[in-house]
Ligand binder design. Structure first.
Ligand code: NAD
Length: 257
């Protein structure tokens, strides 16, 4: 049995992970961690401090907040616990803390734990390799009105994929207003829409002369991310120290729990 410590447990993703665990085997929730005002008063198994509960060999799954993510990564490294980290919007210093932790314990980090987005990223690489240069790339992401960071971590990961493939220049976040002029050659347009209850929607538009195509992923339910996080937890429980991605989890055949 893999002992899980869920951090951000009272949040949207924390609750989805709890639900996914209830429908899976091989996991036990050892503790749920959240801020005092969010947790259920007096509920057993809840704490405000992961340090009270996290032990060697446990796996922490966090969907919380950038500062909480960095603090948890340090704690995991100290205690010898694996980490599955899904929080987006970390700054460079927080990112470095997570990388440092991954030198001591196994960490799977990802802006998007859905299987569909992993496939979207592969499909995008294939499409870009097959198209001639000069096609314009625009990314449109849509999320619920409460999302704290912008653009989404997934949109930034898509930008990084495109640039890694040598297919794009600098990202341009929004098109501004007024006489913004023609589109610069090679730029990657990134547009963020916020509202309602969208769980997560990413479209990559590839536009050529007289034709275009789009690749789109829509997450309808946070369980899509939660199942990926559990697959990552299975992987982390037996992996050597290092920083891994969902691609590594899928390549290792950990699959869906
Ligand atoms: P949310 O606001 O619903 O939940 C976050 C929870 O973290 C809250 O309950 C909050 O109280 C808690 N929290 C904040 N600081 C804490 C601390 N110091 N200690 C313990 N708990 C703390 O947000 P959400 O929609 O669940 O998203 C959380 C994060 O996960 C965001 O960064 C979001 O972008 C990201 N996310 C990632 C994926 C993915 O697949 N990687 C999917 C969805 C959301």
């Amino acid at each position: 049995m893999i002992q899980l410590v869920l951090v951000g447990a009272a949040g949207r993703m924390g609750r989805a992970v709890e639900q996914a665990v209830a429908g899976s085997s091989g996991f036990v929730i050892k503790a749920q961690v959240d801020r005092a005002e969010r947790r259920l008063a007096g509920a057993p198994g809840w704490t405000v401090d992961a340090a009270e509960v996290l032990g060697a060999g446990d796996v922490a799954i966090e969907f919380s907040d950038p500062a909480a993510c960095a603090a948890l990564a340090m704690l995991c490294a100290e205690r010898g616990a694996g980490l599955v980290s899904g929080t987006t919007g970390l700054d460079a210093a927080q990112d470095e803390v997570v990388c440092a932790a991954a030198r001591r314990v196994a960490v799977v980090r990802g802006a998007n734990f859905s299987l569909g987005v992993a496939v979207l990223r592969r499909a995008l690489r294939t499409a870009l390799a097959a198209l001639p240069s000069g096609w314009d790339v625009e990314i449109v992401e849509r999320h619920h009105r409460h999302k704290a960071d912008c653009p989404s971590g997934t949109a930034l990961a898509l930008v990084a994929d495109i640039r890694l493939g040598g297919e794009g220049g600098a990202p341009r976040f929004g098109r501004g207003q007024g006489r913004t002029g023609p589109r610069a050659v090679g730029e990657i347009g990134v547009h963020s829409v916020r509202g309602g209850t969208w769980v997560g929607d990413h479209t990559v538009l590839l536009a050529g002369e007289g034709e275009w195509l789009e690749l789109r992923h829509v997450a309808q339910d946070r369980l899509a991310f939660a199942h990926g996080a559990l697959a990552a937890a299975r992987f982390v429980a037996v992996a050597a120290p290092g920083l891994y991605t969902l691609e590594d989890v899928l390549a290792a055949g950990s699959g869906r729990p």
